[in-house]
Design a protein around this ligand. Structure first.
Ligand SMILES: Cc1ncc(COP(=O)(O)O)c(C=O)c1O
Length: 425
């Protein structure tokens, strides 16, 4: 589902014309659709209803506490990777028992905060990290659960910077060492090692790597169980396809079709950590055209958002569909796809105002002609958009807006220049 649609040539977020938001709140601005992210969550909940499943939305994708509150109220738990994300989850009223904490480098301070909060599971990435968690639990009289993150060495059809399930990455523990680690550490008395975790990477477009992973890990589960270890849960991480292009990725139900029978047969509970598949196409970044200029053979559309607002194209060569927010009827796009062919479009680079050659959103992209002042929407910007934004070039962070039906709320105010220096002495 997607709630960003053109009506009479004007782009709407649910029932609100995005132009109204731009005029009242300013640009650049992130606009989210509540109906969209709640629908995505619901679809995942429904798809996996047959087995005991905990959905832990990945806060790193988009962490505005207003959005987290709505997800928590709809039954979501959370995947966190830092003390800061734990703090956000608490502010959102999250059920702490539905929190999984991942990351290769958790500090003692962060671990103790998570233990005090009573989170559900620590996802453990190495033997030294496990030893440290056991040590801290013993020292502070705490007990907790851990999922050992296995590196299954499975290739994943994604950009190399967001592939995490192959051996040369820093993530997880080699599958060959898992048995030995259980034998050595499982009987520790404070950390119950009853789950196995994997996250293959982000941005996949097929279900096969997940099915292959489960098939690869089931013999390990059986081996561990036959030695008397209790393994009752598999955490399959995130990385499920999100609609950066219309109709190009499997649905939650498609993934479930491959995964659920395997877990059911093995009598395993499931944890999922979806980020993008919940929030990516529930958000757009709206920006205004400042200038159009030519350089050599190229035409550049210079907009008022920069790589500080949305770094994905520069960091991952990520594709975002970009289209003016007001167009002639003939330019209303039927599908948001890379190679959209429409007569009358012009080929441009969409770039920001930042002093870096990598400050771009699209290169050689066909778009209806725009002029100074025109609003341009960068679609499917909800995930890893605002959370990766920065103040580079001393640019204040932009506002975030949540649309619910025909109402909208500013859920994050724009920063001021004073905010930029408030912590400096
Ligand atoms: C451990 C872990 N879980 C979940 C996610 C969320 O992934 P996605 O947003 O692709 O669903 C990530 C993303 O990097 C991750 O590292």
């Amino acid at each position: 589902m997607d709630s960003f649609n053109y009506k009479n040539g004007k782009l709407f977020a649910e029932g609100v014309a995005v132009e109204t938001i731009a005029n009242e709140v300013g640009t650049p601005v992130y606009i989210y659709s509540k109906a969209t992210f709640l629908d995505h969550l619901k679809k995942i909940q429904t798809a996996y209803a047959e087995i005991d499943t905990t959905i832990c939305y990945s806060i790193k994708a988009c962490g505005n506490i207003n959005i987290l509150k709505h997800l928590a109220q709809a039954g979501s738990g959370f995947d966190i990777v830092s003390g800061g994300e734990l703090f956000r989850a608490k502010q959102a009223g999250a059920d702490m028992s539905k929190i999984v904490y991942a990351g290769v480098g958790k500090t003692d301070k962060e671990i103790l905060e998570a233990l005090d909060a009573g989170i559900g599971t620590f996802n453990i990435e190495s033997e030294p990290e496990l030893e440290n968690l056991i040590k801290l639990c013993k020292a502070y009289g705490k007990k907790t659960k851990a999922a050992l993150r296995v590196n299954p060495d499975i290739k994943y059809d994604s950009h190399r910077h967001i592939t995490t399930g192959v051996k040369e990455t820093k993530f997880g523990i080699d599958i060959e060492r898992m048995m030995k680690i259980y034998d050595q550490y499982a009987d520790n008395g404070v950390v119950e090692m009853s789950a196995i975790h994997v996250h293959l990477g982000s941005g996949g477009k097929t279900i096969e790597p997940y099915v292959n992973y489960v098939k690869k890990v089931l013999p390990l589960v059986e081996g561990l169980r036959s030695k008397g270890h209790t393994i009752d849960t598999l955490d399959l991480g995130g990385g499920y396809g999100a609609d950066y292009e219309s109709d190009t990725v499997p649905s939650a139900a498609d993934y479930a079709l491959g995964i659920v029978p395997l877990l059911k047969e093995a009598n395993l509970k499931l944890i999922l950590e979806p980020g993008k598949s919940i929030i990516a196409n529930a958000g757009i970044m709206l920006t205004r055209t400042l200038f159009k200029k030519t350089g050599g053979e190229k035409t550049f559309v210079i907009v008022d958002a920069g790589m500080n607002n949305l770094i994905r194209p520069c960091l991952y060569e990520a594709f975002h569909f970009i289209w003016p927010a007001q167009v002639d009827e003939k330019f209303v796009p039927e599908k948001r796809i890379k190679k959209l062919q429409m007569p009358g479009t012009e080929v441009v680079d969409v770039v920001g105002p930042i002093c870096e050659g990598t400050d771009y959103f699209a290169k050689n992209r066909a778009m209806p002609p725009v002029q100074r002042g025109d609003l341009v929407a960068v679609f499917a910007a909800g995930a890893y958009g605002y959370t990766m934004a920065s103040n580079y070039n001393a640019r204040p962070m932009c506002p975030e807006v949540l649309v619910d039906g025909d109402q909208y709320t500013v859920i994050r105010k724009p920063q001021t220049y004073e905010d930029l220096i408030v912590l400096e002495m």
